[in-house]
Design a binder for this molecule. Structure first.
Ligand code: SRM
Ligand code: SF4
Length: 553
């Protein structure tokens, strides 16, 4: 098959093996072969280098400071306390003492050197977790509504997320062979279909993402996913799912052929049909996605190019039937809940805001230690949210005070206020090779300054989503935030405003290039206008969508 370079790499890889195993043995370099770095993504592993160190190492004519990011696949973000402790230990041994909770309910380890990669993956495996398909041109970590306060409904949605994730895993044994010293299996062309019955040897044209939402909550930002299952609840029970297709965030500055998009409703499916529907949508994208141009290869572009009806026909071709029209759903919130929430089964769930998902110890806030101590109680579970936060879930009431004492003892507040509560930032520098500007490292300073602005306008208690990324790939979903800041160049950001606070309307460009002071001045002015002219209860994004005229393009 002719196609982009990645298509050739997949074709020649013998089902994602390439020469990764040999590369791991090569002690001369801290890096892997170029083509293999594309293949390790399917194994949840990214080669990176510390960009802070590039200039100095360049001057000294040293190899870049290569290391690897490993992303753990955690469907719906659910971990047992024992798994949390295991991940914490891996962070301590191999990843600089830090865990990173992602915008898709996964955990990332950064700065893992090549020599430690196999041991890290083995330790992840020992915790009954893996990194398989956490990245690559396959289905990624499946998201699910995070807070299990609606016990039975949530359990069903979570079970679907886990089933979808398992069903759409690649079948190749390459992961086990390379990382876990499993038996080597030579795959022949004739065995292709058997080896990858859903994907085939070219896998998908691009990454693929699924979320399961439990209305009225939309904490998974379901419409930004390639494929969404939105529970339709009648008389307190899930009767099926509205199926949404074609959401995505990634764009390239100045390239109009790329754009963020919210998903359309394809139709409604019954509960027992959901997995087959997912497989059919994946296969339709496998067959019709653009394999020449990776930047136009996501499902959103396939849906735009074919039209929704024709895409539905393609799905029906695999499924054997068309879906009936969607039933419709209403969201009333998009962010996470914070503080203690009582579940309908009498258990308690503590939503903790974790800035940019970074779990580490600092002098004033020993978050990592605190969470390790909570995990040592061995009760309940740890649930990562799609907004880089954490729910310490399923806690009997008699443990509440103890958990609060542990957190307070390590300087971890139970609640946050202002923009800080809902803000997200992607990783960006120093590890992300695509970053054009800072994000995670810049967010705290910006929030501190904006907090003062918010307070001056009496808006501290107003929930406003602010999401920042270091480039327009959109890893913190900035185009679906009331305030989106998207890196353009060092210290400079494009400002987007006016998304719905429910995740159902994208924002639009407001200012193409602002530095830090420009962001503060602009938002100071707009917060002032908003405070003075908003309707009762009107959210900032809704206000901005009608009160501000986007600049002409
Ligand atoms: Fe992302 C690429 C980090 C969620 C859109 N993303 C990357 C890479 C791997 C950079 C690379 O390709 O070299 C980043 C690694 C940085 C690092 O050092 O760790 C990266 N993405 C992340 C995470 C860790 C951001 C975070 O701070 O939490 C998120 C991991 C999620 C996970 O657990 O799987 C993450 N990325 C997202 C999301 C949000 C989502 O999925 O809900 C998006 C937008 C939604 C979407 O997919 O459209 C997103 N990431 C991208 C893109 C643009 C894709 C596109 O369609 O154009 C890239 C670049 C690419 O694929 O070429 C990218
Ligand atoms: Fe990197 Fe850009 Fe994603 Fe941020 S948005 S993590 S800078 S790819």
């Amino acid at each position: 098959m002719a196609g982009s370079r990645n298509e050739t790499i997949k074709d020649r890889s013998n089902y994602l093996r390439g020469t990764i195993a040999e590369g791991l043995e090569n002690a001369i370099t801290g890096a892997l072969d170029d083509d293999d770095t594309q293949l390790t993504k399917f194994h949840g592993i990214y080669q990176q280098d510390d960009r802070d160190l590039r200039p100095e190492r360049g001057r000294k004519k040293l190899e870049k400071a290569f290391s690897f990011m490993a992303r753990v696949r955690i469907p719906g973000g659910v971990l047992t306390p024992a798994q949390w402790r295991a991940l914490d230990a891996i962070a301590g041994t191999f990843a600089g003492g830090q865990l990173r909770l992602t915008t898709r309910q996964a955990v990332q380890f950064h700065h893992v050197i090549k020599n430690n990669l196999k041991a890290s993956i083995a330790a992840i495996n020992a915790a009954l977790l893996d990194t398989l398909a956490a990245c690559g041109d396959v289905n990624r970590n499946v998201m699910c509504d995070a807070n299990p306060h609606r016990g039975a409904l949530h359990a069903e949605a979570q079970a679907l997320a886990a089933e979808l994730s398992a069903h759409l895993l690649p079948h190749t044994r390459a992961y086990h062979e390379i990382w876990l010293d499993g038996d080597k299996i030579i795959t022949t062309e004739a065995e292709a279909d058997e080896n990858e019955p859903i994907y085939g040897k070219f896998y998908l044209p691009r990454k693929f993402k699924i979320a399961v939402a439990l209305p009225p909550e939309n904490d998974v930002d379901v419409l930004t996913n390639d494929l969404g299952f939105v529970a339709i609840i009648e008389a307190g029970a899930i009767i099926g799912y509205d199926v949404t297709v074609g959401g995505g965030m990634g764009t390239t500055h100045g390239d109009a052929s790329t754009f963020p998009r919210l998903a359309d409703t394809l139709g409604f499916c019954l509960k027992h049909q959901a997995v087959a529907v997912a497989e059919a949508v994946v296969k339709a994208q496998r067959d019709h996605g653009n394999r020449q141009e990776r930047k136009n290869a996501r499902l959103k572009y396939t849906v735009e190019r074919m039209g929704l009806a024709a895409f539905h026909d393609a799905v029906a071709g695999h499924l054997g039937y068309h879906l009936p029209p969607g039933r419709g759903f209403i969201f009333t919130s998009m962010g996470d809940g914070f503080g203690w929430v009582a579940g309908d089964d009498g258990l308690w769930h503590l939503g903790l805001s974790i800035l940019a998902g970074r779990v580490n110890d600092t002098e004033t806030r020993r978050l990592r230690t605190a969470l390790r101590e909570v995990a040592s109680l061995d009760i309940g579970d740890f649930r990562l949210t799609g907004n880089q936060n954490l729910v310490i879930a399923r806690i009997p009431s008699e443990y509440r005070q103890r958990i609060e004492a542990i957190l307070a003892g390590h300087g971890v507040p139970i609640t946050e206020s202002g923009l800080r509560r809902d803000a997200m930032a992607c990783v960006a520098l120093p590890t992300c090779g695509l970053a054009l500007a800072e994000s995670e490292r810049f967010l705290p300073r910006l929030l501190e300054r904006l907090g003062a602005v918010q307070a001056r306008h009496g808006l501290t208690e107003q929930r406003i989503t602010l999401r920042m990324t270091g480039c327009p790939n959109g890893c913190a979903r900035p185009f679906n935030a009331e305030i989106g800041l998207v890196g353009r160049s060092p210290g400079h950001y494009a400002l987007y405003l006016g998304a719905s606070p429910l995740g159902t309307r994208l924002n639009t460009p407001h200012a193409p290039d602002l530095d830090e002071d420009g962001i503060i001045d602009t938002l100071d002015r707009l917060f002032g206008q908003y405070a003075a002219t908003r309707a009762d209860g009107e959210h900032f994004g809704d206000w901005a969508s009608h009160a501000l005229t986007p600049p002409s393009q």
